[in-house]
Design a binder for this molecule. Structure first.
Ligand code: AMP
Length: 151
């Protein structure tokens, strides 16, 4: 008779290594939250739209002005990929960032591109944070993993 203990014995479950999780995230083909907002699948407060980008009110603002400038294409995961693949689109994002900041009354503003998990990036569809008013350094780094190593 076969020994069934191997089937009934509890198996030790270990968490996958971080690298495995990162690879899974990178391989994801799910539309990003921004693409879903653009498609009208989930709500979002879009304050401006051009042929190539749209501007979204951040759902959890870290400063009196906190907008996100987002390309309509989801082809680029972060600003480094975008700079390499379509520098004109990156320049357009910066131009739109200046426009919306100025329109909101902020001649001075901060432009933040969290790049990589270790820097606190949570949505892997490139976007620029446009921050106006009192935004301290730590507000934009609250999600940082600490080691700055994520691949
Ligand atoms: P990051 O952490 O740099 O990838 O930035 C992602 C940003 O997207 C965060 O500031 C979030 O608050 C913001 N965010 C996530 N989901 C939504 C949403 N549904 N509508 C607006 N902003 C969002």
């Amino acid at each position: 008779m076969a020994d069934s203990s191997a089937r009934t014995r509890p198996r030790r479950v270990t968490a996958p290594p971080v690298e495995w999780l990162v690879m899974t995230e990178r391989a994801s083909t799910e539309p990003s939250v921004f693409t879903r907002i653009l498609r009208g699948e989930i709500p979002g407060e879009v304050v401006l739209s051009t042929d190539e980008v749209f501007v979204l009110q951040d759902i959890a603002p870290k400063a009196p002005l906190h907008l996100l400038v987002i390309p309509k294409t989801d082809a680029y995961r972060d600003v480094a990929e975008l700079a390499e693949g379509d520098p004109k689109l990156l320049a357009h994002m910066v131009e739109v960032a200046r426009t919306v900041a100025t329109q909101a009354g902020y001649d001075s503003f901060r432009l933040v591109f969290n790049t990589g998990l270790g820097a606190g990036q949570t949505v892997f569809h490139v976007h620029a944070h446009v921050l106006g008013g009192d935004a301290s350094e730590d507000t934009m780094t609250a999600g940082m993993a600490g080691e700055g190593r994520d691949a």
